[in-house]
Write a protein that binds this ligand. Structure first.
Ligand SMILES: *Cc1c(COP(=O)(O)O)cnc(C)c1O
Length: 412
């Protein structure tokens, strides 16, 4: 199908999610294709933060732990994330970072399956996922053995030695989507548990944790959930495991009676035992307010549009940039892709910097990946047309060759 800017604008007119853009505060003129790295600011968040700071903290002070419900924020925010990932409200809790939550749930999940030792993951998984597993392997002195297995061999690698499968559903570089149902079923068939990292899934596509029988999951609050820089992350523990699981970070907020101040640790019933220290009230308040952007949003509609935006982007790159040195680095089939598209180019870093200067924000992942996140709540079809149009201009004019675009910043 031949796309034009007019045909893209017509698709925006007919888009059932069109109105959702008003739920966000976007800088005028910017086409933001990086919501898979840091989501944009939802409307209402600034007001909520101002209220939490001035009224709840400034005036309510210590009493706000009770009167403003601060103490319940981890469970309340978890319950709001739950419907986005196919979980029950009491199966999700918001806390800490994804890395810390991975540490807790990987240690806990592996221990549930003792004396099995193998923890299976894949090479090229998000670095922190690999580093946390490597660290655990070192600390647990032989209790676990990490097996890093290529994508195509994962099904076969799941055998009776395996305690835990730890995978990220959507690959952060390529956007490739794992078959969560098939891999979880295979893990269960050999007596292993499945721990899914939903950092690039939650808020990006429909996830059905209970539908596939997943055991454990973690995910990120600041990407597609728009919870702001360094937002708290979340954990999912299937109901059947909640009273069997033990956390390796047994802090007071996970105690059965934190305000009894007992000397002896005793885990709280349910998922609250996964909490460690005092909840970050400001961050959780932001995340809670940000989740309002998903009110009445059909994740099926988000997925349909996300797939269409990705296909449009790739169609346009193929049609308009042949011979520019780009290679498609994500699955061409939308069903096999998360909510991003990726291109490969040897000068990817400089090209992305030049594109950002032209008002199209994507990002770069070493060594040669250009990433474009697709967030259907605030990105439209004409935005994709304009983004590729500006990419064409950056290539045609050779703008990216200017030396200022080659200086690497600390964060790419
Ligand atoms: C973004 C991301 C993380 C982030 O972890 P932090 O602890 O928040 O830094 C972890 N895993 C995956 C797969 C991610 O994409």
């Amino acid at each position: 199908m031949t796309h034009t800017r007019d045909s893209c604008a017509a698709r925006d007119e007919a888009d059932p999610l069109r109105g959702a853009r008003d739920r966000f505060s976007l800088p005028p003129g910017m086409i933001y294709l990086d919501g898979n790295s840091l989501g944009v600011l939802p409307r209402g968040v600034s007001e909520r933060v101002a209220h939490v700071v001035a009224a709840e903290w400034g005036e309510g002070l210590i009493s706000s732990w009770n009167t403003a419900g601060w103490i319940d924020l981890p469970a309340r925010v978890g319950a709001r994330i739950a419907p986005l990932i196919g979980a029950q409200g009491h199966e999700v809790i918001a806390a800490d970072s994804t890395s810390v939550n991975l540490f807790k749930l990987a240690a806990a999940g592996a221990r549930l399956q003792r004396p099995r030792r193998a923890v299976v993951t894949e090479p090229g998984n998000f670095p922190t996922d690999l580093y946390i597993l490597q660290g655990l392997e070192g600390w647990l002195g032989g209790e676990i053995e990490v097996r890093v297995v290529g994508r195509d061999q994962l099904m076969d690698a799941l055998d009776e030695d395996v305690a835990l499968l730890v995978l990220t559903q959507v690959h952060y570089k390529t956007g490739a989507l794992h078959d969560m149902a098939a891999l979880t079923a295979r893990a269960h068939a050999v007596g292993a548990l499945a721990l899914w990292d939903l950092s690039h899934s939650a808020g990006a596509l429909p996830v059905d944790l209970n539908g596939v029988g997943a055991d454990l999951a973690v995910g990120c609050g600041y990407k597609f959930l728009n919870g702001g820089p360094g937002a708290p992350a979340f954990m999912f523990v299937a109901g059947r495991w909640q009273d069997k699981i033990a956390t390796p970070l047994s802090g007071w907020m996970g105690h059965a009676e934190p305000f009894a101040f007992h000397d002896q640790y005793q885990p709280a019933p349910g998922i609250r035992r996964l909490l460690t220290g005092t909840p970050p009230v400001l961050g959780l308040s932001v995340l809670e307010a940000a989740l309002s952007a998903f009110a009445d949003v059909s994740m099926a509609a988000v997925r349909t549009k996300s797939m269409a935006l990705g296909d449009l982007f790739l169609d346009l790159v193929e049609a308009r940039l042949p011979g520019a040195g780009f290679e498609i680095a994500c699955p061409r089939d939308a069903n096999a892709r998360g909510s991003q598209v990726s291109l490969r180019h040897p000068d990817g870093y400089a090209i992305i910097q030049a594109l950002i200067e032209r008002g199209v924000v994507g990002d770069f992942r070493s060594p040669d990946i250009l990433r474009f996140g697709l967030t259907p709540l605030y990105v439209g079809y004409a935005d994709i047309w304009d983004a590729v149009d500006r990419l064409c201009a950056v290539m045609a004019t050779g703008l990216w060759q200017e030396s200022r675009f080659h200086v690497r910043a600390a964060v790419t």
